[in-house]
Design a protein. Structure first.
Length: 127
């Protein structure tokens, strides 16, 4: 099985206690996240007042690693704008995809509009 890369939406959905597929915690366990998406998650943690919530600690402790956002990923994310514009993907979304493409990994998201794009990596929805 290939490595798994998480979009921020996966962890945010878990932290918000949203209805998700049963295997979401297994997906998070050992997964990789871009530093850009990690910043998005922590921004939401602060916004929701979940800084000290046990589920925040538990969910984030499952992550395998946080990858820095590199120059090559920045260029790839910019190039992805052409193929993802119609789906409305943000810079953070494209940073996630750039990391997955660079690692040859599968990507997981809670954002349904990702099912409408084809960028060269497997995309899985968690709900």
């Amino acid at each position: 099985m290939s490595e798994s890369v998480l979009d921020a939406s996966v962890l945010i959905a878990v932290l918000k206690n949203e209805q998700l597929n049963d295997d979401v915690l297994d997906v998070i366990d050992g997964a990789v996240i871009s530093a850009v998406n990690y910043a998005e998650v922590w921004t939401k943690v602060y916004d929701l007042g979940l800084t000290h919530a046990p589920r925040t600690r538990e969910a984030l402790s499952l992550l395998g690693r946080v990858e820095p956002f590199t120059e090559s990923q920045a260029l790839l994310a910019a190039n992805l704008r052409r193929t993802t514009r119609q789906a409305g993907l943000s810079l953070g979304d494209r940073a996630c995809l750039a990391l997955a493409l660079e690692l040859g990994a599968e990507v997981y998201t809670a954002d349904r509009q990702w099912s409408n794009i084809r960028v060269g990596c497997a995309i899985h929805l968690i709900r």
